[in-house]
Design a binder for this molecule. Structure first.
Ligand code: FUC
Length: 805
């Protein structure tokens, strides 16, 4: 039986109560809010993207340089625990371990007499980016809507009732910020002004201001010292603006009062209908680019929290679609060109001391946030992250020089709004110094999807500088003779024999990252025709990097030595960076490494923290195993607290580490895309990892690929494509891998593909053959039959294919 496609809404029959993770997020990349939908006392929790503790600061540890020789010697001699002790003194910062992304506070709305209500309903419509709450009291239906506008710099709430003169409430602000004052003014403005918090020896100097103003129709409005009171109005529109003095990571001299006031002047008085109309239009310009339909089922008609509860017992493709599009919604809402990138919680945090400071963990989490950006057709929204990389490349030059005596730029495993690059938390986590190499790949990825050479020429100095750091920092391994990074670690994991220390030299992930940054810099330089001498150096050094190794358990080795424990369930499986997001491991090009990566995935297990499972969806998709990828989606879409081993999802579909961390949402959205379409392995591969449960039928439109192709529409039945339309935005060879044979009805020259893909965007550097342990048991992968075609395309032209069944 077929059920109708459900609207893309998160909806519930109960208010949020005191649980923040029940509340619904809205955001425009600069302002964020959580709407509780509580009845008698409503809470709108407020965030602004630049409201962080502290002020411009640096946290490099200058002792690093003098200790480097000793550290390297200890590590090469296997004295890891001693090396860790030294690193804790000389590498790890003695200053800030990163500042905190903090809330402004809560807007509270008190409705006297609304304790008893019926017909309760609340929703977040992610096709419009608007929340709605409605209920009945004494025969009157009350409705509240909220949005953070994409066209006006404001959060707007709209309160209406089915009967005139029914709207009465008191509005006031509450905050945990310590250095603030809250007051009303004669123009009926309620405002909060303050200065950011001091934290870890960094003085809070950032000024901020929030303003609340109400436009009521009918009734009366008056104020107390700290609240606005509306009585018997027909309707009311509440406008909220928030601004800080933040100009950039080194300048906070902006006028927050002027900004908040000007934003209010621009927005106040515009009717909700007017604001909503332009907001929806601007939002949909992004959101509507991708449409997904995996089918529907009867359970899909239940409220979202019920759908979540049932997901593991049923087939609810609609919840997957909703979760997928919610990932896109969250990125659109938390990442705006010119704004700050989505942090560990996107732009939503209610705690004055949030977990991990709600900052940027750049040994996986921040990168994961941006995995869906290019492929789900939100390329412009990559900008805040790409700009952060540029800024880190500026600040990281000092870190490279001061700490390591190296040229180029470096970043360790965390950063914050002040673009600090020092090592934090402790040597076990903080010594890792490969963030520059990894993050820079996002610049390259943006180029691969857009073909924007102008962008590449501005990004090139950042790539070159990241590569330069490794040129200076690589050292020869005394026993193995390869060039390695030392000190190094495989993020947050410590192998057997290290007495709990993670510190090491030449770990697999770092080798892969150095390989990537050298390769992309060489490639970019050749496209831009620059720096031949420098790239010759990179080519020579790249040859001396350690190859990947397959260890005695048939696994991809995480470390230079064969130390992996097949019972290790650590959530970081960093050495699979080479499989995803990178493409050094492929079922078609490197079958032995592919099989070893599969063994590693199996040994590490499935259930873990949210982001780890989000990553695993991508890995299993790259393994071309849709059923296993789907198992991870099931584990992810499990109510928080019921997964043995962590992870899961909150009622508002926020990913649970636990606690809430947004990376898992973004990771899973990327992973679902990778199940349906991949383009990193020399061709556009359609339906590479479709699970049995979605085989029956489905459609997706609007995905983007490397080389600037757009999957305008792709429709499948019984696991075979039945309809396919692809637009070429850059021209060039379209190499396509499909599960059934096809013809092009308006593209002459479609032929079976052989050899290298002549399209330069699909260029690959061959990795060195792995070194395989004599005890390793490696199976040759058995791959599903696919067809591989080439079609020369013209820029701007759309091609339709006829699929043979
Ligand atoms: C890394 C991870 C943790 C967490 C934190 C924010 O340190 O190992 O699981 O996600 O970042």
């Amino acid at each position: 039986m077929l059920y109708a496609q459900q609207p893309l809404k998160l909806w519930y029959n109960q208010p949020s109560g005191n649980t923040w993770e029940n509340a619904l997020p809205i955001g425009n990349g600069k302002l964020g809010a959580m709407v509780y939908g509580n009845v008698a006392k409503e809470t709108i929790q407020l965030n602004e993207h630049t409201l962080w503790s502290g002020s411009p600061n640096r946290n490099d540890n200058p002792l690093a340089l003098d200790s480097l020789a000793l550290l390297r010697q200890l590590i090469f001699n296997g004295r890891f625990k001693e090396a860790e002790r030294v690193a804790n003194k000389t590498i790890v910062t003695k200053l800030s371990h990163g500042q905190m992304f903090q809330p402004l506070g809560d807007l509270q709305l008190l409705f006297n007499g609304h304790d008893q209500y019926t017909n309760y309903y609340r929703e977040l419509d992610i096709e419009k980016a608007i929340t709605k709450t409605s209920y009945d009291v004494a025969g009157v239906t009350y409705t509240r809507k909220a949005l953070t506008s994409f066209t006006d710099p404001v959060i707007v709430l709209h309160l209406t009732a089915s009967k005139k003169a029914s709207i009465s409430f008191t509005a006031y602000l509450k905050t945990q910020q310590p250095k603030v004052s809250i007051q009303t003014a004669s123009n009926n403005e309620l405002s909060i002004t303050g200065t950011s918090m001091d934290h870890e020896s960094v003085k809070g100097l950032l000024k901020f201001k929030g303003i609340v103003k109400i436009n009521a129709k009918g009734g009366t409005q008056h104020r107390t010292d700290t609240s606005l009171v509306i009585a018997n109005a027909d309707e009311a529109t509440i406008y909220i603006t928030i601004a800080t003095g933040f100009n950039n990571y080194q300048d906070i001299s902006g006028d927050e009062k002027k900004r908040a006031t000007e934003d209010m002047v621009k927005s106040y008085g515009k009717s909700f209908t007017t604001v909503a109309a332009s907001h929806v239009k601007a939002y949909q310009r992004y959101f509507n680019r991708v449409k997904l339909n995996l089918g529907n089922a009867e359970v899909s008609t239940l409220p979202t929290d019920q759908q979540l509860k049932n997901f593991n017992k049923t087939n609810d493709p609609n919840l997957v679609t909703l979760y997928y599009q919610y990932g896109r919604y969250l990125l659109i809402s938390s990442s705006k060109p010119g704004g700050q990138p989505a942090n560990l919680q996107g732009i939503w945090n209610n705690r004055i001391r949030p977990p991990w400071d709600s900052k940027y963990t750049i040994n996986i989490n921040a990168e994961m946030n941006y995995w869906p950006a290019e492929k789900t057709n939100l390329s412009e929204l990559h900008e805040p992250f790409l700009r952060m990389i540029k800024e880190l490349s500026e600040t990281g030059k000092q870190t490279a020089r001061v700490m390591y005596g190296a040229r180029g730029w470096v970043a360790h495993h965390n950063t914050d709004i002040w673009r600090t690059n020092g090592a934090v938390d402790g040597a076990l986590w903080g010594v890792w110094n490969a963030a520059g190499g990894w993050m820079s790949q996002h610049l390259w990825e943006h180029y691969l999807y857009t073909g924007d050479t102008k962008f590449l020429s501005t990004a090139y100095p950042i790539l070159k500088s990241a590569a330069t750091f490794y040129v200076d920092f690589l050292v020869k391994h005394p026993k193995k003779q390869w060039l390695v990074i030392n000190p190094d670690m495989s993020p947050e994991n410590s192998p057997a024999g290290h007495q709990g220390a993670s510190i090491d030299a030449g770990t697999t992930m770092t080798n892969q990252i150095v390989f990537d940054i050298f390769s992309t810099t060489i490639r970019a330089a050749s496209i831009l025709q620059r720096d031949q001498n420098f790239t010759d150096t990179l080519t020579a050094l790249r040859k001396q990097l350690p190859p990947m190794q397959i260890g005695k358990h048939g696994q991809l080795q995480e470390w230079l030595d064969d130390l992996d424990d097949p019972n290790d369930k650590h959530r970081h499986i960093s050495h699979l960076y080479g499989l995803f997001p990178s493409n050094q491991i492929s079922p078609y090009r490197t079958p032995a490494l592919y099989s070893a990566a599969k063994n590693t995935l199996i040994q590490r297990g499935d259930v873990s923290t949210g982001w780890s499972m989000g990553w695993k969806v991508n890995w299993w998709a790259r393994m071309l195993d849709g059923n296993h990828a789907y198992k991870l989606i099931q584990a992810q879409l499990t109510p928080v607290g019921t997964n043995e081993g962590g992870g899961g999802t909150y009622n508002n579909l926020f990913d649970a580490h636990p606690p809430f961390q947004i990376d898992g949402n973004f990771g899973c959205t990327s992973g679902i895309t990778e199940m349906l379409m991949q383009s990193a392995d020399g061709a556009i591969h359609l339906l590479p990892a479709i699970p049995d449960i979605w085989k029956d039928r489905g459609t997706i439109s609007g995905l983007k690929t490397i080389g600037g192709f757009e999957i305008v529409k792709m429709e499948w039945k019984s696991g075979k494509l039945v309809n396919l339309i692809i637009k070429s935005t850059l021209g060039g060879n379209l190499r396509i891998r499909v599960p059934n044979e096809m013809n092009a009805n308006n593209g002459a020259g479609l032929k079976k593909a052989t050899g290298e893909n002549p399209n330069p965007f699909f260029y690959h550097v061959a990795v060195t053959d792995p070194i395989v342990s004599s005890e390793a048991n490696i199976e040759t992968p058995i791959l599903n039959t696919t067809w591989l075609y080439d079609l020369p395309t013209e820029k701007g032209k759309t091609y339709q294919f006829i699929m043979h069944q």
